[in-house]
Design a binder for this molecule. Sequence first.
Ligand code: ZN
Length: 269
Amino acid sequence: MKPINIPKDYIKRKSSTVPFGYAFSEIDGYFKPVVRDLKILYVAQEWIKEGISLDEAVFFITENTDKTISKPGLWKKLKGNNQVANFYNVDIKKLKKVCKICNRIYFHSPIGTKVKGTGKRNYCTKFCKRTNIARQNRIRNLYKMLNNKPKKGFIYCITNPSFEGWVKVGKAIDTEKRLASFNGSTPYRNFKLEYKRKFENYTRAEYFLLCKLNVASEKQSSEWFKIDLNKAIDIIKNYQDIDITPENIYEYHSPKSNLISNLQRITYY
Ligand SMILES: [Zn+2]
């Protein structure tokens, strides 16, 4: 016979596996709730409704409960009529925040800081913070590269009839020397200096010009561009040098910009 006074948040045992958020209870045939785990699960559910991925939700749960749940396990728990009820009156509105890094909605942990904890932080996920730190470091490196000991020098275009349709663009202090070193590498000595322009800070000019040429050219292979020679020369001729400051560097560095790949190539070459 079933005892009459089974608490309403106990659930019936259907198998020997203990479902997430529950534990064996003193009443035979019933699991009792683990309140803090169910609160976390409820918040994860509300967060999923705001557009978080299942991966992120699983991470939130693991971080705050020292228990694991699989993605399919979580999905099974939350779909259809399985929605987690707000049994324990979690004040979801109070937990709802906007990430200071990515502007997405996120939630504080309803049980404060526990295991590794997401108690009260200013950003949505550790991944978001890591990405942001990586971006900040890239920007710091770029700023250093563009402003450290600026040197006067040339941006040049070099061609070679063996590579028809391709233009090599690079920087050099002495373009004749650079040309000679190219020609020293082939018995034909057929590299030709097509154009050069002097810049106050040739590293900075090269950085932005390679980005522009990347966009304007059909293909790029290191500093060789598949582009019409006159078009490449026009780009360099018409280029207006930019003074990069700690404030305006962000304008030139959105995380989605393909300038990033150039930046990485140049900084870590
Ligand atoms: Zn974020």
